[in-house]
Design a protein around this ligand. Structure first.
Ligand code: MF3
Ligand code: CO
Ligand code: CO
Length: 246
């Protein structure tokens, strides 16, 4: 690995661990009766306490420090006074910027006991991300990532969102390449050692289509079915990859 990769990996490791740390803090307080704005506050404060910035805050006019996407919200849900209740599922997505470098990660949280269907959706989404991470190494094609996710998800009868994708990340929050969560093995750009990007599949219980609400951000499933997402930021190595957001 040359010197440039070394700095990128070191810096992303730090930003990534702050983002993951914010989600750990969220896991300690999330429960029925809390408002999504309280989750936002926890994320903002943890990131601030670690002398980092919340990259979403004011990003293209986005008003908050994290995204809170519950139930049929696919992504980019805006924290608000909305109260979480028993049975809800919610994705919290956090991006820390430290020393100019970004780390981006999200997890699902179950609010009390959730339905068996919701449980299966969450598990399948997580597995699809991890299976994709396992195939990543120098020389594979971007299509290998997408096809790994799509196969696993569709085998369970769920669908892969196509309107949003993973992304290169570094000194910029979002950069090339786009990481599609569907596709064909052996197709697309070859990935190389040193590349840093996110894998963040959004998986729907029903159909794959989404629509964006009038706030300009909140993306929901068109058929109002449940949606789940996980996200890690990873760096490609010769034999595999490093997860920066564990
Ligand atoms: N964190 C999201 C991602 O995974 C992006 C959120 S942009 C925001 O790429 F402005 F909505 F915060
Ligand atoms: Co991302
Ligand atoms: Co994210």
């Amino acid at each position: 690995m040359d010197e440039n990769f070394k700095e990128a990996f070191e810096k992303t490791r730090i930003a990534g661990s702050i983002a993951a740390g914010a989600l750990n803090e969220v896991s300690k307080i999330i429960k029925p009766g809390i408002a999504t704005a309280e989750i936002d506050k926890i994320c903002y404060e943890f990131i601030n306490d670690n002398k980092a910035y919340s990259a979403p805050l004011f990003y293209r006019g986005y008003p908050k420090s994290c995204c809170t996407s519950a139930n049929h919200v696919v992504c980019h849900g805006i924290p608000s006074a909305k109260i979480l209740k028993e049975g809800d599922i919610i994705n919290v997505d956090v991006t820390a910027m430290k020393d100019g470098w970004h780390g981006d990660t999200s997890r699902m949280f179950k609010i009390g006991a959730v339905s068996i269907k919701a449980e299966k959706l969450i598990n399948t989404t997580y597995e699809s991300m991890m299976k994709a991470i396992e195939v990543v190494k120098d020389g594979i094609h971007l299509g290998d990532i997408g096809s790994t996710i799509q196969k696993h998800v569709e085998a369970q009868g769920f669908s892969v969102v196509q309107d949003f994708c993973g992304h290169g990340i570094g000194k910029k929050f979002h950069k090339e390449p786009n990481i599609l969560h569907y596709g064909e093995a052996g197709t697309g750009e070859k990935i190389k050692t040193g590349m840093i990007f996110t894998i963040e599949p959004m998986i729907n219980l029903g159909k794959y289509e989404t629509k964006t609400l009038n706030d300009g951000w909140t993306a929901v499933t068109k058929d109002k079915s449940l949606s789940a997402q996980f996200e890690h930021t990873i760096g490609v190595t010769k034999d595999g990859c490093e997860i920066f957001t564990n």
